[in-house]
Design a protein around this ligand. Sequence first.
Ligand SMILES: Cc1cc2nc3c(=O)[nH]c(=O)nc-3n(C[C@H](O)[C@H](O)[C@H](O)COP(=O)(O)OP(=O)(O)OC[C@H]3O[C@@H](n4cnc5c(N)ncnc54)[C@H](O)[C@@H]3O)c2cc1C
Length: 471
Amino acid sequence: MSGMTEVLKTHVLVVGGGPGGYVAAIRAGQLGLDTILVEGDTLGGTCLIRGCIPSKALIHAAEKFAGMAKANGDKGSLGIRLSAPPAIDLAETVRWKDGITAKLNGGVAALLKKAKVKTVAGWAKFSDAKTCSVETKDGPVTITAEHVILAQGSVPVELPILPFGGNVISSTEALSLDSVPKRLVVIGAGYIGLELGSAFRKLGSDVTVIEALDRILPLYDEQLSTPVRHSLEKAGVTMHLQASALGLDASGAVRAKDKDGKEFTVPADKVLVTVGRKPRTEGWGLEAMAVDMDGRFVKVDDQCRTSMRNVWAIGDLVGEPMLAHKASAQGEMVAEIIAGHRRHFTPAGIPAVCFTDPEIVSIGLSPAEAEAQGIEIVTGQFPYMANGRALTLEAEKEGGFVRVVARKIDHRIVGIQAVGSHVSELSGEFSLALEMGAVLEDLAGTIHAHPTLSEAFHEGALKALGHAIHI
Ligand SMILES: Cc1cc2nc3c(=O)[nH]c(=O)nc-3n(C[C@H](O)[C@H](O)[C@H](O)COP(=O)(O)OP(=O)(O)OC[C@H]3O[C@@H](n4cnc5c(N)ncnc54)[C@H](O)[C@@H]3O)c2cc1C
């Protein structure tokens, strides 16, 4: 075999095995399309291997650890006492996390096989829009396809003044550390930096956040981000807003300047740079494909068609929001369009969840966004403080709430936002309400189980109608 180039022809070629690509390939396989998936690293992509899943695993471990640390001598806790502080072996935690990602990776491989998708392990490089070559461990393979789905995803943005390497790490390395850094400096207060920063704070790191803007989580409205800021402050995270990192000094401390241009340094054992992610558009022959770009992203229409016939692109490669569920939804749609279904990517909303403590969910329009579009609205906001289940979960202390935004004229729901412990688990109901075009009366007329946090959603709708019961 070696020396010889294997030539494969297929109906659908998917490049990238993240939540965009692997879902597209499984769906194409289910629809009976002859499909090949090429993945250069690990099936599962950023999301399953070094993103969503491992970060949530670390957050869960940190939460457990913090709960135990609190029980060590704290009179204010639930009557649970530990007589010694808990200890953490982060290397073991990381092995547990790696076990989860390995399980998911194996699961994706099995699902692809079941859908009769052929997988090729190696990095695809395109020579023209429909042909790529892959160096596999068994030798070179050339693949030609009638349809190509690009799903190469994204990579962390590097700061030229703080290039990755040594103690300067991206989220990928932060999820595989073998010990808890004593002093962690996080550059960038978006959701990835704050999710990881709060987890390490709970595990005992001294955490300092440096953010150029004047507030954390700039993609969420301030009412949602404020409880997170308070909880970070309460946990002892130092925050420098309107400050920018300048580099490292000789001792490895981060040099930065504040809004007045005054320089300061923050000692650091690890510097986690989370200033965003960028589409992976280099190194695989995009330039040979002659597809149009939209800024740094590959340009697509509402069916994820690129400017080149039968070349499709999905997920982080094509734009915001760079979220796993958006990538998957696009992947599923493209497979169906190739199979002849009529589909368009026009969701009523794409939920965004921030797994900080407390968590944030936002879908559809915030009150300010609705008003900016000239929509007359009514809103109903219901506090966790008045929800029994939140009290039993100690979740009310952070000032959590659920807010429903509806059109005044017909009560059609246009947006839902929430902040509080476990609100991520309410996001499915929020999405369903928005996607099905629910009106406030639909929510009001739906019996929500007691005692659950979802009652706060029900009450939010009642409040917007002017007759909340528990407030
Ligand atoms: C720390 C962190 C936490 C996150 N948390 C969340 C979250 O909670 N919720 C959420 O929705 N999103 C989250 N995300 C974002 C989410 O991971 C991405 O939006 C999602 O993975 C995008 O999917 P994708 O399929 O477009 O690309 P990716 O998941 O990036 O997959 C692309 C794949 O393509 C492969 N590839 C690239 N080029 C080639 C080539 N030439 N040949 C072969 N293979 C190639 C790569 O190896 C990779 O496996 C998080 C990201 C990070 C980093």
